[in-house]
Design a protein around this ligand. Structure first.
Ligand SMILES: Nc1nc2c(ncn2[C@@H]2O[C@H](COP(=O)(O)OP(=O)(O)OP(=O)(O)O)[C@@H](O)[C@H]2O)c(=O)[nH]1
Ligand SMILES: [Mg+2]
Length: 295
């Protein structure tokens, strides 16, 4: 008799800032998707592959669901739609501080055809266990067709309960990827994301939303990886160059990003960053394609 093996696609979706990327990283035990306190941090759908004896789960982290305002947003939402259509199971991540009604609208909008596991996230911010239980009961009553599980992605509380729930719905199938694959994205993509993460974490207000990061060259020399990256900005601004205390913010982005890239590549890295001004790139089809937002 052949051994049983389950495999399938699990899409992680929800509102901006719900904790989707933090959750995917927790499930994989690896920082694959970038996270930040700002909404709309994730711009691309990213697969993270979990391979264990008996099963392989291909998780997809997606951008938060928003009302599209720019060409960039439309591309992001198309990626969310695509991700939903090919999922075996959907993990719907919901910040417990957000009202329940936001999910009602979302459920209608997306007309879910796949089984849904609703993750009530950020339980570490609840007052006590009773509050969490009361919330969970209310969501179960409202969405009886969904599995409801309270978790904290950040503190990894009860996140170990997610995979067993997913396996209830995953079909029997051979693995889709070799057992040493961790993602569907090339190394360069992760390098550009790690730079973008620092921009999101260090710059305030609107600035990160006007940026894209492009890796121009990536050379592995003996003992050193030399990376040149361009930071595309929507408009010229002094804020790019100086922070409040007059220091160089871009320099700090470079220092922090290099550390994260070295961890990721397990190699010494020399990182050079250049700023390029391209007004209105977020609405320019050619630029969007060039920067990898293919929809
Ligand atoms: N306290 C707490 N914070 C969390 C938890 N999960 C995520 N966060 C924080 O919430 C913020 C957003 O997390 P992300 O993982 O970037 O959220 P996201 O849903 O991927 O956001 P977008 O990609 O912008 O749609 C970050 O500051 C996280 O550290 C949690 O369980 N508890
Ligand atoms: Mg994200």
């Amino acid at each position: 008799m052949s051994e049983q093996h389950q495999a399938g696609f699990v899409n992680i979706f929800g509102l901006p800032n719900a904790g989707k990327s933090t959750l995917m990283n927790a499930l994989l035990g690896e920082q694959l998707a970038i996270t930040s306190p700002k909404v709309q941090t994730t711009r691309h759908r990213i697969a993270g592959i979990l391979t264990e004896p008996g099963y392989q789960i291909v998780f997809s982290d997606t951008p938060g669901i928003i009302e599209p305002k720019y060409g960039l947003h439309r591309k992001m939402m198309q990626q969310v739609k695509n991700a939903l259509e090919d999922a075996d199971v959907a993990l719907l991540v919901h910040d417990i501080r957000e009202p329940m009604e936001t999910l009602t609208a979302l459920a209608d909008q997306l007309r879910l055809k796949v089984p849904v596991i609703l993750l009530l996230n950020k339980t570490d911010l609840a007052k006590n266990a009773q509050e969490i239980e009361t919330l969970a009961e209310a969501y179960r009553a409202q969405f009886p067709q969904w599995e409801v599980l309270p978790v904290s992605a950040l503190k990894q509380a009860d996140t170990h309960r997610i995979v067993p729930l997913v396996l209830k719905y995953l079909p029997e199938a051979p693995p889709y990827y070799p057992d040493d694959s961790i993602s569907d994205r090339p190394v360069r993509f992760f390098v550009s994301e790690l730079i973008r993460e620092q921009i999101y974490n260090l710059y305030h207000e609107e600035i990160p939303y006007h940026t894209a990061v492009i890796i121009q060259s990536f050379e592995e020399k003996t003992g050193l990886t030399v990376i040149k990256a361009e930071i595309v900005v929507g408009r010229e601004t002094q804020k790019w160059i100086r922070n409040r205390s007059g220091g160089s913010m871009m320099k700090q982005v470079g220092i922090n990003a290099r550390k994260k890239i070295e961890e990721f590549l397990q190699a010494k890295v020399h990182l050079e960053l250049f700023v390029k001004v391209r007004p209105k790139w977020r609405d320019n089809e050619t630029y969007l394609r060039e920067y990898g937002y293919n929809g």
